[in-house]
Design a protein around this ligand. Structure first.
Ligand SMILES: C[S@@+](CC[C@H](N)C(=O)[O-])C[C@H]1O[C@@H](n2cnc3c(N)ncnc32)[C@H](O)[C@@H]1O
Length: 271
C-alpha cells in the first residue's frame, strides 16, 4: 500500500487528538513515537470498516470490546516476516557472529528477538542454535507488542510460503506437517524461547544481552523514538554484545550511544 506522507483525514482533528490521549490513558499505548500519517490513515480505515462517524464513537466501542482492541493493535502494526529473512545475514550470524559471542560467553548466550511478530525470527535463531549444538542455557526472549501475533508465535504453525528460505531437509528436520498441510515447529525448537508482550517504546528492558535482534520494527517509529530505542538497546547489551538491525536500517549516532560497527547491520557494544 502507498503510505504517502501527505494524508488528509476526513474526520475531525480535535476529536482525533482526544482519541489518541484516550488510547494512552485508557489502554496505556503511547502512539506518539509512531509515524503520524501512517497511524491516522490506519485508524481511519478501521473507522470506516466499523461505520464510525466520530473518533469518540470508535473509542466507546473499543473500550467495550476486547476483540476490537486486538484488531486495532493488529492493524496498526505490520507483522510481515519469514524464516531466515535475508538469508545471507543469518549465514553470517551462524558462521561468524555466534562463534564470536561464544568466545566471550561460552556458558550460554542471552538473546532477544525484539519485535518478533509471528515467531519466524526467534525460531530461525533457535534452528541455528540447534545446528550449532548450543548449550541448553542459551536462551531466547521473543517479544512483541501485539498479543495476537504472539499467540501465533507460540502456536508455531505456518504456511509453506513463510518457509521459502528453508530447504527440504531443514523442513523435515524442524517441522511436522499438519493434516491441513501447514508446517508446525517441532517442540524442541520452542524449548529455549520465552514469549512475552512488551512495548519497546515505553517498557523497561532487561540487561546483559549478548545479542539483540531488532529488524523491520523501527520503520514505523519517528526519529526521536528510534534514537531513544537504540540507546535503550545499547544499555541492555553486555560489553561486546551485538545489536542486529534490519537490512534498510542504520544507526547514525552509534558512537554516541556506546556502539561500534561490527559489520554492516551489526553494532557491537564497546568493551
Ligand atoms: C514487520 S514485523 C518484524 C518481524 C521480524 N522482526 C522480522 O524482521 O521479520 C514488525 C513487528 O514489530 C512489532 N511492533 C511494532 N511496534 C512495537 C512496539 N512499540 N513494541 C514492540 N513491538 C512492536 C509489530 O507488532 C510487528 O510484529
Amino acid at each position: 500500500m502507498n503510505e504517502s506522507i501527505i494524508y488528509n483525514s476526513p474526520f475531525d482533528d480535535r476529536d482525533y487528538e482526544k482519541f489518541l490521549l484516550e488510547i494512552k490513558n485508557h489502554f496505556q499505548l503511547d502512539l506518539s513515537g509512531y509515524k503520524q500519517h501512517r497511524v491516522r490513515r490506519r485508524i481511519d480505515m478501521l473507522m470506516r470498516k466499523h461505520s464510525m462517524k466520530t473518533y469518540s464513537d470508535y473509542m466507546a466501542i473499543l473500550k467495550k470490546d476486547d476483540k476490537l482492541w486486538d484488531e486495532f493493535l493488529d492493524k496498526l502494526t505490520i507483522n510481515v516476516t519469514e524464516f531466515f529473512r535475508n538469508p545471507e545475514k543469518w549465514e553470517y550470524v551462524e558462521k561468524t557472529l555466534i562463534p564470536t559471542l561464544n568466545k566471550d560467553n561460552p556458558s550460554g548466550l542471552k538473546i532477544w528477538s525484539a519485535g518478533c511478530s509471528t515467531g519466524e525470527e526467534p525460531y530461525t535463531i533457535s534452528i541455528i542454535l540447534d545446528k550449532m549444538n548450543a548449550p541448553a542455557s542459551t536462551k531466547i526472549t521473543a517479544a512483541d507488542l501485539d498479543k495476537f501475533v504472539l499467540q501465533k508465535a507460540k502456536d508455531g504453525i505456518y504456511d509453506e510460503r513463510s518457509l521459502i528460505n528453508l530447504d527440504s531437509s531443514m523442513k523435515s528436520k524442524y517441522f511436522q506437517v499438519t493434516p491441513s498441510g501447514k508446517y508446525q515447529v517441532k517442540p524442541d525448537l520452542k524449548k529455549r524461547i520465552t514469549f512475552k508482550q512488551l512495548n519497546l517504546l515505553t517498557d523497561k528492558f532487561d540487561s546483559g544481552y549478548d545479542l539483540i535482534i531488532c529488524r523491520n520494527v523501527v520503520i514505523y517509529f519517528d526519529n526521536e523514538a528510534k534514537e531513544k530505542l537504540y540507546k535503550k538497546f545499547s544499555d541492555a547489551l553486555r560489553p561486546g554484545g551485538v545489536l542486529f538491525v534490519g537490512s534498510t536500517e542504520r544507526i547514525f549516532n552509534y558512537r554516541e550511544i556506546g556502539l561500534k560497527t561490527f559489520s554492516p547491520f551489526f553494532y557491537q557494544k564497546e568493551k
